[in-house]
Design a protein around this ligand. Sequence first.
Ligand code: G4P
Length: 279
Amino acid sequence: MQSNIQWYPGHMTKTKRMLATQMKIIDVVVELLDARVPLSSRNPDIDTLAKDKKRVLVLNKADLADEKVTARWEDYFSGQGFFALAVNAKDNDKKKSGAAKLTAALKKIMADKVEKQKQRGRINAPIRAMIVGIPNVGKSTFINQLVGRAGAIAADRPGVTRGRQWLKVGGEFDLMDTPGVLWPKFDDPMVGIRLACTGAVNDDILDRITLANHLIEIFETLDTEILQRRYKANTLEGIGEARGFKMKGGVIDLERTAITVLDEFRDGKLGRITLELPN
Ligand code: G4P
């Protein structure tokens, strides 16, 4: 099945220019990905924008992704020289939280710089981090988790940053208060489809029946039992039948069935599923 998803708003050029300016005062770029679609949720422009920066890749929504596959993705990205970690931005357990993991990672990554600054007599110069990612990947949720209540005490540093607000994260680092929003790249139509399946982009870009059928095709490549386990059926028609989604004249309501499958996948009701595997 082919689809035609081309979506790159004109204002992105302006946004990219703004991001490039903001980057100048940043030490570490924290890129959020969706652990269910780690490649599709990356925007390759960030490699150019952040090329001189320390980089962290955060695989967010790990609670919805297959744990074993997430571990493979962490290895894959580590192998490419990134600092990769899996988190659930909605988990508020302080010790295990993504915030704790990121703080530990930043300390490690920035140890050299902090040491150099110490030698120059600059003690406690803050590490400055910025969170970037495509829409809906969980940037605001993760920033809330990182900052917690302390975020209310935002430090303004005119001069260096002119009007920009910094959020203090546990006295460990300063986080730019607004995340950098990147647009996904849809050069490969499957990227758009995977992102629409996870709900990252509006699923109006494809009709829902087509989209749900794509999702079912992807499931078949991963684990043929995914649908069987929940619906005791393998096709959209079969699921509609099993659920009793009938219209007048006994015709199966495929639209309603498609919406149900998409919603239940997004809510994790079909289990923890990662749609792309590292090669
Ligand atoms: P953004 O700033 O990058 O655009 O994303 P945002 O934080 O608004 O998060 C987008 C959606 O993803 C939200 O759901 C949010 O709750 C959810 N989310 C973020 N991080 C995680 C995570 O680690 N795990 C899970 N399961 N969900 C996560 P929503 O449906 O838009 O809102 P709501 O359900 O929270 O009300």
